[in-house]
Write a protein that binds this ligand. Structure first.
Ligand code: NOJ
Ligand code: CA
Length: 566
C-alpha cells in the first residue's frame, strides 16, 4: 500500500515538474523563451512553392524548401490558413478546422512537413481563424437550417428592425455587416465577407469547440497560433449603432467608429484562457493586433503577462517614410510597453515594404536598411516570404484580373491584396521556378534577376544581407538579449542605437537619408568606449573596417553594425 502511494507520489511530482518545465523552458540565463530568440517567417501557402504543378503552392512545396529556410536562418514558420475552405477569402473562410484542404495536400503531408521541420529545428505556427468560419462549415450549414437548430446560437442571428438590418454596422470588406437569410427570416452577422459568418463566442459550446481545435493541433506538434482578427470576437449584446463619422470609405459605405463591434473587453478573457492552454504546450500566441496606440497594444500582453506573448506591433508598419524621429518614437513606445516587442514590416494584407519605403532609385539599399532595422531591435521579427529577396508588389492593372474580392468591390481605390501575394521567386526559369503550371497569380518579369538562385551568388544581394543579419542575431548575445538604448536622438537623418548586454554592446547605425552623413558617438555615458569598435556588418563600401566609431562616414541609405566594448 505504502509502496503504491510512493509510486503515485513520484509520478505526481514528476508530472507536476514536467508541466512546470513546459511552461518555463528558458533558453538563456535571462529566462527568455524559445520564441524570444526565434526569427519567424510567414508563408502564404498558395504562393510559396507548387509541388504538383497545378499553379497553387502546397505543403509538399513548403517541405521541399525547408533547407532553404534553415540556411536563411528561420526558426519558426507561420503558415496562413491551409484548412479546407471554399477560398472566398483565400483560406480565411474555414470549412473544417481539423483538416488540410486537398489543394494544399493531406494531413499526412502536414505530418511529414512537421517532421521535416522538427528535424531542422524549425517550429510550425498555424493560423487560427477564430472570429468566423466559412458559411460552408457544417456548423453554419446546420445553424442556418432552422431557427430551432442545435447550432443556431453558434452564430449571430438577429431579427431586422422592420425591413432594415438590425443596426448600422458595416462590414470591413464593404456593405452591411448583416445578411438576410430568407429561409429562416433572420439576419446573420459577418464582420468580413458574407461567406464568413461570425461565431458567437458568448456561447460556451463555441468556446469549447474552438479550444478543442487548438488542442488537436498542439497534439499534432504545432508550436503555437497566429490569432486572426482577435479584435472582432465580441459584439455589443444590445447591438447599439456605431457612431457615424463624416465621409464615405473606399467601398462607398459611411465611415463609422467601430465602437460596438470591435475590441470589447471580453476578448481578453478568451485570450487568457487560450494562453493557459498554450502554456501547457510550451506554445506561443501571436496576435493580429491592429491598435491605435501603444496603450492598446499593451493590453494584449495582459495585465499579468497572461495573454498574448507576441502581439504584433502594426504601429511600426504605419511609419510610412524613412523618418528616424518617427521610428525612434515607435521603437521607444513598444520597448517600454512592458512586453516583448514583435516587429513586422509587411504581410499578406499590407503592401510590401520594398515598395512602401523604396524611393524608386535606391530601393535595394533601402531594403537592406530596413532589414538591418527590424532584425537588430530588441524583440522578435516576423518576416514575410520574399521580403528577403526584395520582392515588390505587383498589383493588378485591370479590374477583371483581380482575385481578391475586396479589390473588385473597391476598384480602383482598393485594388485588393493580390499585389503582395504573388508567387515566390526561386530562380530565373519560367514562372520563377514556382510552378510548371499556370501560377494562380502572375509572376512579375523582374523575377529574372530578383530570385533566390541569382541572389545567392551575389555577396551584396538583399538575400545575402538578410542571411548575414540573421546569422549575426542568432550568435550575438547583445542582439539576442541586450536592452535598447537610443543614441543621438536629435539626429534627423541617422537612426542609431545600442543593444547592450552586460559587458558587450552592439552599435547599429542606419543612414535613412539620400545624402552621405557623418556621425560621431560618445558612448561613455553608456559605459562603452567609442574608440574601440569592431565592425560586424556594414553596407558602407568604404571604411568598413572601422576600429573607432567616434567619427563614422556613412553613404546614403547605408548600414553600420559594430561591436563596442568597455
Ligand atoms: C486578417 C487576415 O490577415 C486577412 O487576410 C483576412 O482577410 C481577415 N483577417 C479575415 O479573416
Ligand atoms: Ca499545388
Amino acid at each position: 500500500m505504502f509502496r503504491k502511494f510512493v509510486v503515485y507520489l513520484v509520478l505526481f511530482i514528476s508530472g507536476f515538474c514536467s508541466t512546470v518545465r513546459s511552461q518555463t523552458q528558458a533558453v538563456d540565463a535571462e529566462g527568455h523563451q524559445w520564441w524570444q530568440h526565434a526569427v519567424f517567417y510567414e508563408i502564404y501557402p498558395r504562393s510559396f512553392m507548387d509541388s504538383n504543378n497545378d499553379g497553387i503552392g502546397d505543403l509538399n512545396g513548403i517541405a521541399s524548401k525547408l533547407d532553404y529556410l534553415k540556411s536563411l536562418g528561420i526558426d519558426a514558420i507561420w503558415i496562413t490558413p491551409c484548412y479546407p475552405s471554399p477560398q472566398v477569402d483565400f483560406g480565411y473562410d474555414v470549412s473544417d478546422y481539423e483538416n488540410i484542404d486537398p489543394m494544399y495536400g493531406t494531413l499526412a503531408d502536414f505530418d511529414r512537413l512537421q517532421q521535416g521541420a522538427k528535424t531542422r529545428d524549425i517550429r510550425i505556427i498555424m493560423d487560427f481563424v477564430m472570429n468566423h468560419s466559412s458559411d460552408q462549415h457544417p456548423w453554419f450549414i446546420d445553424s442556418r437550417s432552422s431557427r430551432t437548430s442545435a447550432k443556431r446560437d453558434w452564430y449571430m442571428w438577429h431579427d431586422g428592425k422592420g425591413s432594415a438590418e438590425p443596426n448600422n454596422w458595416v462590414s470591413t470588406f464593404g456593405g452591411s455587416a448583416w445578411t438576410m437569410d430568407f429561409k429562416t427570416g433572420q439576419y446573420y452577422y459577418h464582420y468580413f465577407y458574407p461567406q464568413q459568418p461570425d461565431l458567437n463566442w458568448r456561447n460556451p459550446a463555441v468556446h469549447d469547440a474552438m479550444f478543442d481545435v487548438t488542442r488537436w493541433w498542439y497534439k499534432r506538434g504545432v508550436a503555437g497560433f497566429r490569432l486572426d482578427a482577435v479584435d472582432t470576437l465580441f459584439e455589443d449584446p444590445e447591438l447599439r449603432d456605431n457612431p457615424v463619422l463624416p465621409g464615405l470609405n473606399k467601398y462607398g459605405d459611411p465611415n463609422e467608429q467601430d465602437l460596438y463591434n470591435t475590441k470589447l473587453p471580453e476578448v481578453h478573457v478568451v485570450l487568457r484562457d487560450l494562453r493557459k492552454v498554450a502554456d501547457e504546450n510550451n506554445a506561443v500566441l501571436i496576435g493580429e493586433t491592429w491598435t491605435k496606440d501603444v496603450n492598446e497594444l499593451k493590453q494584449y500582453y495582459g495585465d499579468h503577462s497572461d495573454e498574448l506573448q507576441m502581439p504584433m506591433d502594426f504601429l511600426f508598419t504605419k511609419v510610412d517614410r524613412l523618418s528616424p524621429p518617427e521610428f525612434r518614437r515607435q521603437i521607444a513606445a513598444v520597448d517600454s510597453a512592458g512586453g516583448w516587442p514583435v516587429f513586422v514590416l509587411s504581410n499578406h494584407d499590407i503592401v510590401r515594404s520594398y515598395v512602401r519605403y523604396g524611393d524608386g532609385q535606391n530601393n535595394q539599399a533601402i531594403a537592406k536598411l530596413m532589414a538591418a532595422l527590424y532584425l537588430t531591435l530588441r524583440g522578435t521579427p516576423i518576416m514575410y516570404y520574399g521580403e528577403e529577396i526584395g520582392m515588390q508588389n505587383t498589383d493588378p492593372v485591370r479590374k477583371e484580373d483581380v482575385k481578391d474580392p475586396i479589390g473588385r468591390v473597391g476598384w480602383p481605390q482598393e485594388k485588393g491584396r493580390d499585389g503582395e501575394r504573388t508567387p515566390m521567386q526561386w530562380d530565373d526559369s519560367p514562372n520563377a521556378g514556382f510552378t510548371r503550371g499556370t501560377p494562380w497569380l502572375p509572376v512579375p518579369l523582374i523575377y529574372k534577376t530578383v530570385n533566390v538562385a541569382t541572389e545567392l551568388k551575389d555577396p551584396a544581394s538583399i538575400l545575402n544581407v538578410y542571411r548575414s543579419l540573421l546569422a549575426l542575431r542568432h550568435q550575438n548575445r547583445a542582439l539576442l538579449d541586450g536592452d535598447y538604448v537610443a543614441l543621438n536622438e536629435n539626429d534627423p537623418n541617422v537612426l542609431s542605437y545600442l543593444r547592450r548586454y552586460k559587458n558587450e554592446a552592439v552599435l547599429v547605425v542606419l543612414n535613412m537619408s539620400s545624402k552621405p552623413q557623418q556621425v560621431s558617438f560618445d558612448l561613455a555615458p553608456q559605459g562603452f568606449d567609442a574608440k574601440n569598435a569592431h565592425t560586424l556588418l556594414t553596407t558602407v563600401a568604404t571604411g568598413s573596417k572601422a576600429s573607432s566609431v567616434s567619427h563614422l562616414s556613412l553613404e546614403p541609405f547605408s548600414v553600420y553594425i559594430g561591436a563596442v566594448s568597455k
